[in-house]
Design a binder for this molecule. Sequence first.
Ligand code: NAP
Length: 489
Amino acid sequence: MNNPAQQSELRFAIIGGGMAGILSAIKLNNAGYSNYTIYEKADSLGGTWRENTYPGIACDVPSHFYCYDFEPNPDWSYACSPGPEILDYFNNVAKKYGVLEKTRFGSEVSKLEFIDNRWQLETKDGAKDTIDIVISASGVLHHPSFPDIDGLDTFAGTLFHTAEWDHSVPLAGKRIGIIGTGSSAIQIVGALADKAGKLVQFQRTAQWIMPRENPAYTDAEKDNFRANPDAMQAIRSEQAEMSEGGFSAAVVGENPAALAAIEALTLSNLEDNVKDPILREKLRPDYTAACKRLIMSPNYYDAIQHPNAQLVTEDITAIEPTGVRTADGELHEFDILVIATGFKVDQFMRPIEVIGQNGITLEQAWVDRPSAYLSVSVPGFPNLALLNGPNGPVGNFSLIDVADIQLDYFLQLVESVRDGQCAAFSAKAAAAESAETERVEATKNTVWVSGCKSWYLDDRGVPAVWPWSMGKFRDVMTKPDMDDYDLAS
Ligand code: NAP
């Protein structure tokens, strides 16, 4: 920190120009490191907010909480603002902090090889770079997952995944089918029920829905935020307390009263707001609220009760050129079929070919499943940080905070290279193993194993998630224990 000249000698690559990549660039700069490049495969920044543009997209984490703590935004239009506004926010911050100038667009990293304590980086288009420290900020929910349903490729209308929305296709008056009931599908149903000619949602598993009003901020409120930034900070602190003391403690078994409150709220939302008893029973989940990622919605129950909307709970048996066939033999015909079946969540840096110490590849290191010490450092892959990496805190809170905490932690490790204590560091295999054993044990206390299927669960059914409170995460990440790291000179 005290010797910018020395610091600037280290060369960094940041992979991905989304929320975490932009944050990485700003934090490197603040720490005095100026020799860095963001490698971004697309031609603009924004990550998930650039990719996901489906109707109704918003962040269900309140906007004054889902933003960088050093860049509060008095202009948020809603308590939970729409996706395009969030994308603008990240682009504006990136512009303000000179991040664009540090970004190589259209540059997809294809290979990283650790040779003589430095990473040799290659991009798909053949560019090469020699890097001291790599920060992977490539996102968690990045690679669309398509369902394995017979005939999926035979549909003759328009078919796309929620993360690949085709805006050239008009929606008004069309017959639209949506497969899935996750957070993405619920927002889409809320946005399209009154626009489609007919909207059919295919539900495999019902969801608990947390009622969440989404009021617009008035001009007077925005003026107040501008004049009095403490008012924004107060909202942020209140959200942090609710999310961390309440929600995050509830899901890891540390706040049963908060979990009971979530259950009561979601249940009364269903009982009070779905009038037709048959539909109500179809929408009633048979597992504990928050076992799957909790859905927050101001309008889903209204939307699914719209005269144009229909909920189908029969199993899908096939997709045919004109529509979706269900187990009762019915063919549901559509112009547009939306695949809202989520993401491959175990990819992280992949498909980048990453070759660490002793020629071991990340594929080999992760042959069973992805893992990283404290979700940041993979043994044998030195000078590499994974932001929002395997088994980290995910859920109904801000991943910005998570990335921020991880960067502060990782930059302390980088100081050991900067200060000449070592040329390379990575977590010790033994430290990673014992932390993982402890983590797996702790998952037994969480709501995620209370009897539902979700994308949180790995191939063994173990939640691939930080199983303690966010408070504990902050504590553990305050300062690295250097005894847990192999240092190479
Ligand atoms: P998701 O939560 O993984 O939901 C996928 C849906 O597809 C589930 O309802 C699943 O049913 C269904 N499905 C999968 N395969 C199927 C098949 N073969 N046949 C029928 N149904 C099938 O995906 P998502 O909605 O895209 O959300 C992913 C994550 O993105 C969220 O959990 C959240 O973390 C994030 N997200 C956040 C926001 C936000 O506002 N912050 C908004 C959108 C998304 P089952 O439940 O039966 O498996």
